[in-house]
Design a binder for this molecule. Structure first.
Ligand code: PQQ
Length: 557
């Protein structure tokens, strides 16, 4: 018994469970189930709801997993539960004892765990990986990812590849060193560690012995002096694994500090997609979406593998406003088009060089003004992104990606900054502003091969939930206003909605059980918007917090 790698590798095809983040390591968030479809989705009703309890609520971004009659779900403040899927009763609860002084940049969120063998593995805000026994909730092993006092934390769902649990790090706003690490999923023992900032050394472990495994890229070619040591490029969103190419794809976040005048050069591999070989942790190829990032455009958005027109591609809807399609065998750019209405920092992506053609909208150098504050610029999208962490989905039947996007801009300026361990490392100030009166969010159906937007479903508040799509021609997503919605995957027509009582910033899933198709999502408003959203945060401050998971089904025939 237990969850095997074969089971996980087959997760997208097997419909009676959800074993992995993204509903399969490709993270397409696609289910072949058709029981629930555009005809009958209007009958979807709640089977049960489970409260995360506690006085502390905040953002609930977790994707639940389903296995062996149990739901495994995480919550804010590094909590986890196993719940009886039939009845909604709690089987066990785990709460990490968080020390004073943890430093998550963007709310106390967790995006879910990983199942492997008899374990449920998830990362915590004090930068640890904890493996719990699926039956009892007891700790089987626990390993440190980084020092929380230096700003490391963890929020993403781990990725399983073969017998390994593969994770990144959070902490880009504190000048941590971004990296991807693989551990033995059964024991937590380290197998390899691969920095995402060019110039740093990788390591590999064999029989408990650590040895050097080559620097990433070249030493200091794209970073001045010693700055590569605190270069950020945090891998805070986790990755995808594609068995066809046998590569792990990770997004690497913004370079640190935000003030780009301090670090001339491209600052590889920040704001990039990197492809990593699972055996050695070595980088096979990279593609930098925002060279010398000056806007915190980050780059963690996943590259979601898909096949089209005889090619093997992956797609990434980036915070910087462009929807990229890469040949996932070699990282070559195939397509890049904006997926929001206003992108003013770059005119386009040059298809020959693969680089953005910039428009001169970089914040000014403080040394050119009074030395304290450089010239401010108004830039679209804002640093919270045309798309932030919330995952998109891909439906192979429609050939479309369903992208949760937001329309906003920001005033941004630079200030002098020096590195101090455990302190914010930005050197920038900002204020996010809405662009339109009537909406900020929009789910957009993007044709990856043309970049064409086939339909859009607008939303007043910024969208902060993932999307999920099915062979029943449905797309599910949540809104901060509290609704879980189902729309027609071909047209965007709204077919069903349910008010969950707090904002939905979670990741919907679906599976089949005892002959019925089920849908589940967490509810609880939070994440980065209320904390960093400037004028937008003010606009949506009426939204209420919460903490629960909802499960839906259609009535038995
Ligand atoms: N997390 C959210 C969220 O959950 O709503 C939004 C963001 C994060 C951001 O906009 C970030 O830039 C961000 N950056 C890092 C980083 O650089 O390490 C980490 C995280 C995180 O772990 O949640 C976010």
């Amino acid at each position: 018994a237990g969850v095997s790698w074969d089971d996980i590798n087959n997760d997208q095809q097997s419909t009676d469970n959800v074993l992995h983040n993204g509903m399969g390591t490709k993270t397409q968030r696609y289910s072949p189930l058709t029981d629930l479809n555009t005809e009958n989705v209007k009958h979807l009703y709640p089977a049960w709801s489970f409260s995360f309890g506690g006085e502390k609520q905040r953002g609930q971004e977790s994707q639940p997993l389903i296995y062996d009659g149990k739901m495994f779900v995480t919550g804010s403040y590094s909590r986890a539960w196993a719940i009886d899927v039939k009845t909604g009763e709690e089987l066990w609860q785990y709460e990490q004892r968080l020390p004073e002084g943890i430093m998550p940049c963007c709310d106390v969120v967790n995006r879910g765990g990983a199942l492997y063998d008899n374990l449920f593995i998830f990362g915590t805000l004090d930068a640890k990986l904890v493996a719990l026994d699926q039956e009892s909730g007891d700790v089987v092993w626990s390993e440190k990812i980084g020092d929380y006092k230096e700003g490391y934390s963890y929020t993403a769902a781990p990725l399983i590849v073969n017998n390994m649990v593969v994770t990144g790090v959070s902490g880009g706003e504190f000048g941590v060193l971004g990296r991807v690490e693989a551990r033995d999923a059964k024991t937590g023992e380290m197998i390899w560690s691969r920095p995402t900032v060019e110039g740093n050394m990788g390591h590999i472990w064999k029989d408990g012995k650590k040895s050097e495994n080559g620097i990433s890229g070249t030493r200091n070619a794209t970073w001045p002096g010693d700055m590569y040591k605190q270069g950020g490029a945090a891998t805070w969103l986790g990755g995808t694994y594609d068995p066809d190419t046998n590569l792990i794809y990770f997004g690497a976040g913004n370079p640190a500090p935000w003030n780009a005048h301090t670090r001339p050069g491209d600052n590889l591999f920040s704001s990039s997609i990197i492809a990593i070989k699972p055996e050695t942790g070595k980088i096979s190829w990279h593609y930098q979406k925002t060279p010398h990032d000056a806007w915190d455009y980050d780059g963690v958005n996943m590259c979601v593998p898909f096949d089209a027109e005889g090619g093997k591609y992956c797609a990434s809807a980036d915070r910087n406003g462009f929807f990229y399609v890469l040949d996932r065998t070699n990282g070559k750019l195939k397509q890049a088009k904006p997926f929001v209405s206003k992108v003013n920092w770059a005119e386009k992506i040059d298809m020959k060089t693969g680089k953005p053609v910039e428009t001169g909208k970089r914040p000014g150098d403080p040394s050119e003004t009074d030395g304290k504050k450089g010239d401010s610029v108004f830039v679209t999208p804002s640093f919270l992104g045309a798309k932030n962490w919330m995952p998109m989905s891909y439906n192979p039947n429609t050939g479309l990606f369903y992208v949760p996007s937001n329309e906003w801009g920001m005033d941004i300026w630079n200030e002098p900054i020096t590195y101090k361990a455990g302190a914010a490392y930005l050197g920038a100030g900002f204020n996010i502003q809405p662009l339109y009166e009537d909406y900020i969010g929009a789910v957009r159906a993007v044709d990856p091969m043309t970049g064409e937007i086939k339909w859009e479903a607008k939303n007043n508040a910024p969208l902060w939930s993932g999307t999920m799509t099915t062979a029943g021609n449905l797309v599910f997503y949540g809104t901060p206003e509290g609704f879980l919605k189902a729309v027609d995957a071909r047209t965007g027509e709204e077919l069903w909605k349910f008010q969950t009582g707090s904002g939905v910033v979670g990741q919907p899933i679906t599976w089949k059980q005892d002959g019925s198709q089920y849908v589940a999502v967490t509810s609880g408003w939070g994440g980065a918007v209320p904390l960093w959203g400037g004028e937008v945060a003010k606009r949506v401050k009426f939204l209420n917090q919460g903490g629960s998971v909802w499960v839906f089904k259609i009535p038995d025939a």
